[in-house]
Write a protein that binds this ligand. Structure first.
Ligand code: AMO
Length: 431
């Protein structure tokens, strides 16, 4: 007899026909429960799989009551089964209810009854027993692992920059303000200034972390707290960092396609690896395309969601939208040496959806000061940042990629709230 208090002898995925006759202790959740004559059949799920448990009335008598989704520990012997869905089953000699699930439950975690996303988000932990939801988060885990692996192979160092900051890092008004021991502080919208500074010693850095945007956007692609994948590299320009981004995206697709086969099947979305190289179209090309569709824009006009949707009709997969007008770009983006009205910048798009933006950065502090002033920002407020530019700032480039947006493409859904555990948006601050 194996004696363990809570410990299991096996995960369900490790039980097989070759073990018939062996005694095991399993722990998990009662997914389903059916009484048939003198027998009770339980389907038991743990994080690795699902199996069938057979209980005789004698064993059932030892417990008062058992509800679906309760946590149980089962001791029993592996035996052959007639059930079609299982290769073997467990004949229980003992069952203990470790925690009872109180009914009615707020959602059906098996997903037989479709629940509204708001109800699922309000009961997110229970939603995680829905195999579709669990698969999304297993894929998210693999995407993060793959991104880190590719960065590592490319000799990038992972950094963690502050999320509480004393002044707006990129200008702009979309910051959450907070009181910091009587001083005004903000939640960081991106690691922009810190990641640039780090290139002076570490050369190639990346960060994967939560950042904050106080935008009242109600779309399937905006969150108030999102996960940004950021990189910055010395001695690279925007074309080099587009290559890095393309490698990262392709490696991620390959990794998920190979390592998440079950999850893709459960979600019902088979991943196709995108072709390389990703197409590159310039902002001016995009204007021409829009003009042909009778949308008249001038050079310098921003591309709105409605415009990107039109461009996305022609470009349905990944493509880079490059060479934006300098006046549409933040102060740290470098201009094209021959045509200063154009910037060395890009967005990575998937159809209409913007996944990433980046560019070559200015590394001359005087030019940065001029650009700050042009954009109505006070260079004095950036003095701590700018001092690093007097310490031997290398030419550098980088980008930021929205992890949740990328995940919606990989998973084939259209709402970022599905791919983050507890989304924060203008309406949702809890749970
Ligand atoms: P940008 O503001 O374009 O650039 O952000 C980069 C990417 O982050 C994602 N993103 C968001 N995702 C979900 N909800 C949001 N509210 C949200 N805001 C942004 C998008 C976007 O493409 N510092 C620059 C990057 C750089 O130049 O390195 C920046 O923050 O996918």
């Amino acid at each position: 007899m194996i004696s363990m208090k809570f410990n299991r002898s096996h995960y369900i995925e490790n039980i097989n026909k070759g073990m018939i006759g062996q005694e095991v202790i399993l722990g998990g959740w009662v997914e389903d429960l059916r009484k048939m004559g003198k027998m009770t059949f339980i389907t038991l799920r743990d994080a690795t799989g699902i199996t069938q448990i057979i209980l005789t009335d004698d064993v059932m008598k030892s417990i008062d009551d058992i509800t679906r989704q309760s946590v149980v520990r089962v001791t029993g012997k592996i035996q052959d089964t007639k059930a079609r869905d299982f290769e073997c089953e467990i004949k229980a000699s003992e069952i203990n209810v470790l925690a009872r699930a109180v009914h009615p439950l707020p959602i059906d975690p098996i997903g037989r009854l479709e629940s509204h996303i708001d109800n699922r988000l309000n009961s997110r932990a229970l939603d995680m027993r829905n195999q579709k939801t669990a698969s999304i988060f297993k894929i998210r885990h693999h995407v993060l692992a793959s991104l880190r692996q590719t960065f590592l192979e490319k000799k990038f160092i992972e950094i963690t920059t502050p999320k509480i900051i004393g002044s707006a890092s990129e200008g702009g008004a979309n910051l959450f303000a907070l009181d910091y021991f009587g001083k005004q502080a903000y939640l960081a919208q991106s690691p922009q200034l810190y990641k640039e500074q780090m290139t002076i010693g570490l050369e190639r850095v990346f960060e994967i972390a939560s950042f904050y945007r106080a935008e009242k956007s109600h779309t399937g692609r905006h969150l108030s707290e999102f996960t940004s994948v950021d990189m910055e590299a010395a001695f690279m320009d925007y074309s080099d960092v587009m290559d890095v981004l393309e490698d990262l995206v392709l490696n991620t697709f390959k990794h998920v396609s190979e390592n998440c086969k079950d999850e893709q099947e459960i979600i019902g979305n088979q991943i196709t690896i995108p072709d390389r190289p990703f197409e590159k179209i310039t902002y001016s090309d995009a204007l021409d395309e829009l003009n042909k569709k009778d949308v008249k824009l001038e050079f310098g006009d921003d591309l709105l969601d409605s415009h990107l949707r039109i461009i996305g009709e022609n470009h349905t997969g990944f493509y880079f939208l490059t060479d934006w007008p300098i006046k549409l770009k933040p102060f740290y983006i470098m201009e094209n040496q021959d045509k200063p009205e154009i910037s060395e910048s890009f967005d990575l798009q998937f159809g209409y959806l913007e996944l990433s933006s980046g560019g070559t950065r200015l590394h001359n502090p005087e030019k940065i000061k001029n650009r700050l002033a042009e954009q109505g920002l006070d260079p004095a407020k950036f003095s701590e940042h700018l001092q690093a530019f007097d310490w031997g700032m290398p030419p550098h480039a980088g980008w930021g990629l929205g992890l949740e947006r990328l995940l919606t493409i990989i998973i084939g859904i259209d709402n970022v709230r599905e791919v983050i555990l507890y989304p924060r948006d203008p309406e949702r601050l809890k749970p």
